[in-house]
Design a protein around this ligand. Structure first.
Ligand code: ADP
Length: 364
């Protein structure tokens, strides 16, 4: 049976049971009430009253029965109408939910349900709308990702084709063309590797192996790794830490990966003669690591977007330098380790900082 008649019939059943109970109780209680009232009337009438007692009792019973006869069908009608309306309201909300979920299942992610009222059904509609919103965002992200990936692959592929054609037509020397082909292939490999990592980070599927280590170990390892590159670019690479720093709990490899990403960005965006400083300080159960540069800085209007996938401040100038997802990966990894990644920037340079949780015991 459909929900509407089923709800209506169940309401009706409750009404009929209430009416039945009322009639039985009236039958049981009415004689005592009538008798009590008749006794009062007899007392008021005086000595002749006793002879009127049977007539009075009959009259009162008849009055009671007539009142019940008129009021009961009317009350039943009002109750049935109310039951009909309330069943219709429930069924309407359920029907809207059903139609909405069908629409979403068919790919209409923009569909929303009306949120009128304050009952549980409205609550359900609100939660449903929130779920539809989340699905819409996921779908938008998927479409965007595909178009971004297509865009990112188009440029190196066109370059590869150009160099391969130049090689075939002997326009370029074989060494020059093959060097360029290797360079483009390496860039594509990096893009594919980063894409796979960014999708795992966003899905929360990166396995972490947290250990306790000294912040100094992380900083020194990064310093050693980038010293050569900094020297080549004529940039002064410095280390600045508070002593002693508490040990931190994090995945050492992943934290190094984040630091390396921030450092390589800082070196790329700092002109020769500038400096990049690695710093760390502790506060409130956390250690903050900072990479400060005296580079070009990031204009205010771009600051809020640089953690988005493939967002570049100057796409033409930085093409081929990075995959464009380095900061997205860094932010995802740091957040997975319970920290935050932030940036401040101005004309004098940028500072990227991330926090890691201090371990419960020990210090540098
Ligand atoms: P990319 O692979 O292009 O470096 P990222 O996600 O690492 O991608 O960085 C996103 C963008 O943020 C970069 O393209 C660059 O425009 C900007 N950016 C990142 N770090 C710095 C920095 N230290 N100074 C100036 N701009 C930066």
């Amino acid at each position: 049976m459909k929900l509407y008649p089923r709800l209506f019939l169940s309401h009706l059943l409750v009404i009929l049971i209430a009416v039945g109970a009322m009639l039985v109780l009236t039958e049981l209680l009415a004689p005592a009430f009538v008798r009590h009232h008749v006794e009062q009337m007899v007392r008021l009438i005086g000595p002749d009253g006793a002879s009127l007692r049977p007539d009075l009792e009959r009259g009162m019973r008849r009055t009671l029965n007539s009142a019940l006869l008129v009021s009961l069908p009317l009350a039943l009608l009002v109750a049935a109408l109310t039951a009909l309306l309330s069943a219709r309201r429930v069924v309407r909300s359920v029907t809207l939910l059903r139609d909405g979920s069908h629409a979403i299942a068919a790919g209409e992610y923009r569909r929303r349900l009306p949120e009128e009222g304050r009952d549980e059904l409205t609550d359900l509609a609100r939660h449903y709308n929130r779920m539809a919103g989340a699905l819409e965002r996921v779908e938008q992200g998927r479409v965007e990702l595909i178009s971004n990936v297509a865009h990112e692959l188009r440029t190196p592929l066109a370059a590869l084709r150009g160099y391969a054609e130049a090689l075939r037509d002997r326009v370029l020397a074989p060494e020059v063309a093959s060097d360029a082909i290797v360079r483009e292939t390496v860039a594509m490999e990096r893009l594919v590797r980063d894409l796979s990592l960014v999708s795992r980070v966003e899905a929360g599927a990166v396995e972490l192996h947290p250990t306790d280590f000294r912040p100094g170990e992380l900083l020194r390892a990064a310093l050693e790794r980038f010293e050569g590159a900094a020297q080549d670019r004529g940039i002064h690479l410095a280390l600045q830490t508070d002593d002693p720093l508490p040990r931190v709990t994090a995945d050492f490899e992943r934290a190094s990966q984040v630091l390396a990403n921030l450092l390589s960005n800082a070196l790329r965006h700092t002109p020769s003669g500038g400096s990049v400083t690695l710093a760390a300080h502790a506060a409130d159960g956390r250690v903050t690591f900072e990479v400060r540069d005296t580079g070009s800085g990031i204009p205010e209007e771009h600051l809020g977007r640089i953690f988005e996938r493939f967002y570049r401040v100057d796409p033409a100038r930085t093409r081929g330098e990075g995959s464009g997802v380095g900061l997205t990966i860094a932010k995802g990894l740091i957040e997975r380790m319970g920290g935050t990644l932030t940036v401040t920037s101005g004309p004098g340079g940028s500072t990227f900082g991330f926090t890691l949780l201090a371990a419960h015991t020990g210090s540098t």
